[in-house]
Design a protein around this ligand. Structure first.
Ligand code: MOS
Length: 764
């Protein structure tokens, strides 16, 4: 679009309710497991009940004789699955598998819940009973290593705040990497007038999307269709083609709707390959739905992290040094790095800085990205340390952050594309009433409750994936926009409808959106909060081309009112074509023209490549600030989050309603992270033991206060033509440290190990 058109946006920027809302609330929207195909069989995995050892034998005889059981599949009777090439290209060639080892590849047991086989039966209940009847015997069983101390010699027990020496010692740490470095942080820290040196721990957290992971696999000859619950149909198609040994053309993946993923459905997991292999073996469609319990063991989690943060500052609050040394646990075979330093080098202007990472192997399932991977635990630690520094300095925590605003991206020595973090802080402070804050611990009260006010900043990368898109302009007055990305519950259908309507000048209700199917033009994973920015340039290009194609068509078709004219003499406005010399109001509607031309539809494509954070001379990020109030009732030991104001700088907001919902949902997750969530591994069996929604606690409505979300709405000219960045993940970063700081303000207790529990606060 050209600047004058941008100035008159009619659809983009409006709070548009979800176009797919009616389909969802009436039950018409079909999710993966809703696909009930003729002859469907049900698969239930047989899983390891130990976490370290070897499988000696699977006794399948009893299960095989049970009613309805069609097959018990395992390593000895299922042809081997291949490995995926692990191309993390994010584009149409992306083929990333969280677990590098395909299922059933060997007999070594590395975590509780590891797949040993699969029972396939006529009903889910029969398959479940069959799986329970399969008896596994093990040899060489050893106690699992699920030690929450991330390297016994490197870390003291979590939360005690002792010094952390992150050096690789023994087998516990897989490797140590320097992630970012500038200046001489050791000397600067040693010489600094004021120091903070603390360890912060975030426990393992497990994604709990409402929709369970599910696959329905159906073969037709040598081709397979997978109805899948995935955040990336193209990646999943590429992975499954490799794992099953098929050309890509023989695999189709469909995810029309997704009931949340939060990163656990970003890449492929082995159950899907098992379902496809079982369906191939049995010549019948197979459905495999993971139970909530299995989802705690086999489809990823945010790993435990321990981070030592050292801040050095001058007496007047200028950061002189910043160290961040983190360890995260990972599984035995996979090197999953929780990139806690993702935003650290850019957030503040410390001239001297070093960020290091290390991995510690544990007998757990492979971790994976969880909303705001890296940045969310990273910002929890660095922003908590900033609050501790503000306390040590006797300085207001908002002022401390404003004082340390960097003039440019010091780590890459490039300008910021569009950064308004200070405005987030100042606007949020006004809205929240921050000037009324009394910094003295426990000094603020309301209705007999102690009040705590805390603040924290957040940032998240703002890049773009490569994306193709197709637009059809049809003779019934509708348009159709198609791209093989997906709507994971965030509003992508609606955003695409808005983009197509805006760029064609059609009413929103005339736009059909097709997503979530690998037969469509390749689109990106729904991850990294990058979908909106990725689709904008592709859709706008497709719109320009489809209009150009229409203008040529109407000059060449007999019967067209513009027959014989030159397309350059024509223009479009509000879904109509007019001669440039005439009043736009005289235009003729697209569909009327197409009917006059006897052309059913004009189709064009658009394509845009992705951005790369390291290749361009600009630093693109979104920013924000969260202001939180907690109340503490010491007599009842009752802690509540009572008020949240979040100010987000995410470029132009295409749909303020969907964007607000994203940030509100993220803040709810932040309340869970701060106060409730923790996956507990049984030290004896290695099992995630609170593997259900009764014992793995997430916030309920009663835990959620009013959440006010403000967007600054400054378009970012370096992201896409509309200046739109993403809003999904940034809302979670910064919430937990703001709550932890508010709890400290109310109670005087600084909790450095999440979740904050009442036990931490008793006696305060
Ligand atoms: Mo998100 S963790 O990129 O799904």
């Amino acid at each position: 679009m050209t600047p004058p058109e941008l100035a008159q946006l009619a659809v983009v920027g409006r709070p548009q309710p979800r176009v797919d809302g009616p389909l969802k609330v009436t039950g018409v929207a079909r999710y993966a497991s809703d696909h009930l195909l003729p002859g469907l069989l049900y698969a239930v995995p047989v899983c390891s009940t130990i976490a370290q050892g070897e499988l000696e034998r699977l006794d399948t005889a009893a299960a095989e004789g049970m009613p309805g059981v069609r097959a018990v599949l395992h390593r000895r009777n299922l042809p081997p699955l291949r490995r995926a090439s692990l191309n993390l290209g994010f584009g149409s060639d992306s083929s990333y598998f969280d677990e590098h080892r395909p299922p059933l590849e060997d007999d070594v047991i590395r975590h509780f819940g590891q797949y040993l086989g699969l029972v396939v039966a006529d009903t889910f209940e029969q398959a479940t009973a069959g799986a329970q009847a399969v008896k596994a015997t093990y040899r060489g069983e050893r106690p699992p290593n699920v030690d929450p101390r991330l390297g016994p010699e490197h870390l003291s027990p979590p939360g005690c705040g002792e010094r952390l020496d992150v050096r690789p010692q023994g087998a516990a740490l897989a490797r140590l990497d320097v992630e970012s470095e500038r200046g001489d942080p050791d000397a600067a820290f040693a010489a600094s007038a004021v120091q903070v040196d603390r360890v912060y721990v975030v426990p393992p957290e497990t994604h709990n999307p409402m929709e369970l992971h599910a696959t329905v696999a159906a073969w037709e000859g040598a081709s397979v269709t997978l109805y899948e619950s995935t955040q990336g149909v193209v990646n999943h198609r590429n992975v499954l083609a490799q794992v099953l040994g098929l050309p890509r053309e023989n695999v189709r993946v469909i995810t029309r709707f997704l009931g949340g993923g939060f990163g656990s459905k970003l890449w492929s997991w082995p159950h899907s390959a098992l379902a496809a292999a079982a369906a191939r073996q049995l010549g019948r469609p197979v459905k495999l739905v993971l139970t909530r319990r299995l989802m705690f063991a086999t489809v990823g989690h945010r790993p435990r992290t321990a981070q030592r943060i050292r801040l050095g500052a001058t007496q007047d609050g200028r950061l002189t040094s910043l160290h961040q040394d983190w360890v995260n646990h990972t599984s035995i075979l996979d090197d999953y790095k929780e990139d806690c330093g993702e935003v650290t080098p850019q957030l503040y202007g410390a001239p001297n800085l070093r960020v290091t990472s290390a991995l510690a192997r544990r007998n757990v399932g492979t971790p994976c990205p969880m909303r705001g991977p890296g940045a969310v635990p990273g910002v929890y630690a660095t922003e908590s340390a900033m609050d501790e520094l503000a306390c040590a300095l006797g300085m207001d925590p908002v002022q401390l952050r404003i004082l340390n605003e960097p003039p440019f991206d010091l780590s890459r020595k490039v300008p910021f594309s569009s950064r308004h973090l200070v405005e987030c802080l100042t606007a949020g402070a006004v809205r929240f009433g921050w000037s009324r804050r009394d910094a003295a611990i426990g000094s603020m009260r309301r209705d007999g409750l102690a009040l705590g006010w805390g603040v924290a900043c957040c940032a998240w990368a703002a890049e773009r994936f490569g994306c193709d898109a197709r637009l059809d302009l049809r003779d019934d007055g509708t348009a159709c926009v198609a791209v093989a990305t997906q709507d994971i519950g965030t509003g992508t259908y609606t955003v695409l409808a808005q983009l197509a309507a805006e760029s064609l000048g059609l009413p929103l209700g005339k736009v059909e959106v097709l997503l979530g199917d690998t037969v469509l033009p390749p689109g990106p994973i729904s991850g990294g909060s990058m979908t909106t920015a990725s689709v904008v340039p592709a859709v706008l290009e497709a719109a320009r081309r489809v209009v150009a194609s229409l203008l040529v068509t109407v000059t060449r078709a007999h019967g067209s009112p513009f027959y014989g004219r030159r397309s350059s003499e024509l223009a479009c406005a509000a879904g109509k074509v007019h001669a440039r010399t005439d009043d736009p109001a005289s235009g003729i509607a697209f569909d009327e023209l197409l009917r006059a031309c006897r052309v059913g539809a004009v189709t064009s494509s658009g394509s845009a490549s992705g951005t790369s954070s390291t290749e361009e001379n600009v630093s693109r990020r979104s920013y924000g600030a969260h202001f939180v109030e907690v109340t503490w009732e010491a007599a009842l030991a009752r802690l509540r989050v009572s008020r949240v104001v979040s100010v987000i700088d995410a470029g132009r907001i295409i749909n303020p309603l969907a964007a607000r919902s994203q940030v509100q949902g993220a803040v709810v997750m932040g309340i869970g992270m701060a106060l409730l969530e923790e996956t507990l591994y049984d030290p004896v069996t290695g099992a995630p033991i609170n593997s259900n929604l009764a014992e793995y606690m997430v916030p309920t409505n009663a835990d959620v206060p009013p959440i006010e979300v403000m967007f600054l709405d400054h378009p970012d000219p370096h992201v896409d033509e509309l200046g739109a960045r993403g809003v999904g993940e940034i809302g979670l970063a910064g919430v937990a440290p703001a709550i932890a700081s508010a709890v400290h303000h109310a109670t005087g207790v600084r909790v450095r190990e999440l979740p904050i529990r009442l036990e931490h606060l008793l006696g305060s």
